[in-house]
Design a protein around this ligand. Structure first.
Ligand SMILES: [Fe+2]
Length: 206
């Protein structure tokens, strides 16, 4: 899998998605310690093409400006809804079903509001999904912060994430479980937020 999972800050994950053939890379959610992902990129002689933000929260985006300064040709990618809340303007706005290529690696985007109005998930080569603060291993993102919406989160999880193949590997935005990643099939069977059958049931999950 052409994905490097990097622990940053207190319990956040940042990701580098890369194409080893074309030597291109994208960084996802550089909230802290951007130097860690830059080190991985330079050790492999990759070119940073995209800085992708799953949502606008500071712990996922704070080092975007620094990365843009280090790699001025890279393009910042976010949804329209969350992109306008960032301190630095994205060059590429993605919506549901948008696609981008990092060398040979295909990125497909899903708009998954609920934690924020413009949260996105990124499907990588139909093998993995980076879920930001939409889906964690064993839980989902908070809906009680500014711009959060419980009904939207339920719809994002149950209409979009649940419809995806079990074989996808889920890479979350935070390290909240013993496992740093898991198959979507196992999460469908065990994650209380995906097991809820109705919005009412979902709304009573502690
Ligand atoms: Fe967040």
């Amino acid at each position: 899998m052409a994905i490097e999972q990097i622990k940053i800050g207190y319990d956040n994950f940042c990701y580098v998605i890369y194409c080893p053939i074309h030597k291109k890379a994208a960084i996802v959610d550089p909230g802290f310690d951007a130097i860690k992902s830059l080190r991985f990129i330079s050790a492999n002689d990759f070119i940073l093409e995209y800085i992708i933000l799953t949502h606008y929260h500071n712990d996922h985006s704070a080092e975007t400006k620094y990365l843009k300064k280090v790699a001025p040709s890279s393009k910042i990618v976010a949804s329209k809804e969350d992109g306008k809340k960032l301190p630095i303007k994205p060059e590429i706005f993605v919506c549901d079903k948008s696609q981008l290529k990092v060398g040979n690696i295909l990125l497909s985007f899903l708009l998954t509001p609920g934690h924020t109005p413009g949260g996105i998930c990124i499907i990588v080569d139909e093998k993995a999904i980076l879920t930001g603060d939409t889906l964690f291993i064993g839980d989902c993102g908070r809906t009680d912060l500014l711009g959060g919406n419980l009904a939207q989160m339920y719809a994002s999880l149950h209409e979009k994430i649940m419809a995806l193949p079990d074989e996808l590997v889920v890479y979350p935005g935070h390290n909240y479980d013993k496992k740093p990643f898991d198959s979507l099939g196992n999460q469908k069977r065990t994650n209380k937020t995906l097991k809820a059958k109705t919005l009412k049931e979902f709304s009573t999950i502690p």
